[in-house]
Ligand binder design. Structure first.
Ligand SMILES: *Cc1c(COP(=O)(O)O)cnc(C)c1O
Length: 385
């Protein structure tokens, strides 16, 4: 018996946004129901700034494999399968390999993943292995792995699913669509942690396409209307219809702040431990067009924000993700982001990915070992009420 999904059955971002993605009507989607993540308005953490701003977090850690990489991977794998590819490959700090492995399993093709030995969070390694990827732990960092992937893919018939695969950014741009739908407009600022800078570029594509769609399309037809008008000039984008984009890095791994690649990047936020960003020029374009900026934070501030997000808001993200909120809180406090602003921070990955860092960070949490008696439970409650 074949069940037909009801209109209420969410089946992923390809089905939801197919007309805004480079796909034909009958391309079979390889999907795990990614996208449609919560946009949560922060409350307690904002009060600590003493400023009047609205901060939302887009909780991408609730995607099927626990990070935003699923948005890109559903597109990359869908297109790879459509083109007849039997294998995909990526270099990864962990989350790309988890997503690649899962979507490859779903599609029935092989995934090869290169990860830096000893420098990926435990949950991510467990995912790659569980989903059945062929895992290569390299004695080197992400940047070394990326170069190897490019070299091998040039000679072998495997599809690269790193963010240099253009379909990755196409899938990831849908996060901007969702934010605009939920807020009713684009935010004033959008902050992301930056590694290769694929995601910040993808968000800018999404905001730009939305701005064009909602622009003066009827009176000033544009080249984006799929042939129904004659206009071939620059599309019209309403002023202030897109956010200023903010990209935050860890100070030990901040090539955008140094203005050049960093040779030996180091940070506890392993997802953004990248010294040679693949979307270098795109990210600079984003900053120029949006009027935003890059910033850097010490690991201590990133971790402190990760802990505060969990303990004051109930939102558990991984260390790299907290860089977006840490940067925004700092720039709100200093006044660089003015009062009255609406800000969205992307929380790129789930805190459960990296239990080792979380256990260390929360080691001062109250954790009692007691006898299994009513008396000891009662006493523990009284001591802490
Ligand atoms: C991949 C990743 C990033 C960095 O995204 P880029 O597109 O490489 O800039 C940030 N945080 C997490 C959790 C990630 O997995």
């Amino acid at each position: 018996m074949k069940f037909q999904a009801t209109p209420n059955h969410y089946t992923g971002l390809i089905d939801r946004y197919r007309s805004r993605l480079p796909l034909s009507a009958d391309t079979l989607a390889i999907s795990l129901g990614e996208g449609n993540t919560p946009l949560i308005r922060l409350s307690n953490l904002v009060k600590t700034t003493g400023k009047n701003v609205d901060i939302y977090v887009k909780y991408e850690g609730l995607n099927p494999t626990g990070s935003f990489k699923d948005r890109g991977m559903t597109m990359a794998v869908t297109k790879a399968v459509e083109a007849g590819s039997k294998a995909i490959i990526c270099a990864s700090t962990g989350n790309t390999s988890a997503a690649a492995a899962a979507y490859a399993a779903r599609a029935g093709i092989k995934a090869f993943v290169l990860i830096p030995e000893g420098k990926i969070a435990m949950g991510k390694l467990a995912q790659a292995m569980m989903y059945g990827a062929i895992t290569m732990q390299i004695r080197g960092n992400f940047d070394d792995g990326m170069q190897l992937v490019k070299d091998v893919a040039a000679k072998t018939n495997v599809t690269i699913v790193n963010s240099i695969n253009p379909y990755r950014l196409q899938g990831q741009k849908t996060a901007s669509f969702e934010i605009i739908e939920e807020l009713g407009r684009a935010p004033d600022y959008h902050a992301l942690p930056v590694g290769n800078a694929g995601n910040i570029t993808a968000h800018w594509i999404g905001y730009t396409e939305s701005a064009i769609q909602s622009g003066e399309h009827t009176t000033n037809a544009c080249s984006f209307c799929e042939g129904s008008c004659q206009f071939t000039g620059e599309p019209i984008i309403a002023k202030d219809s897109r956010p200023k984009m903010l990209g935050f890095q860890a100070d030990g791994s901040a090539p955008f702040m140094r203005g050049a690649p960093v040779k030996d990047p180091e940070t506890i936020a392993t997802a953004i431990r990248i010294g040679n960003p693949q979307s270098w020029s795109q990210a600079h374009e984003v900053m120029k067009e949006s009027g935003g900026w890059f910033g850097e934070l010490p690991d201590s501030e990133i971790l402190n924000t990760q802990l505060l997000l969990a303990s004051l808001e109930g939102v558990f993200c991984e260390p790299a993700s907290a860089a977006s909120v840490a940067g925004v809180l700092r720039d709100v406090k200093s006044g660089k982001i003015p009062e009255g602003s609406t800000i969205v921070c992307t929380l790129t990955g789930n805190g459960l990915k990296d239990p080792d860092t979380a256990m260390e960070l929360s080691k001062d949490a109250v954790r009692l070992t007691i006898d299994a008696t009513l008396d000891q439970v009662n006493q523990s409650i009284l001591n802490h009420l």
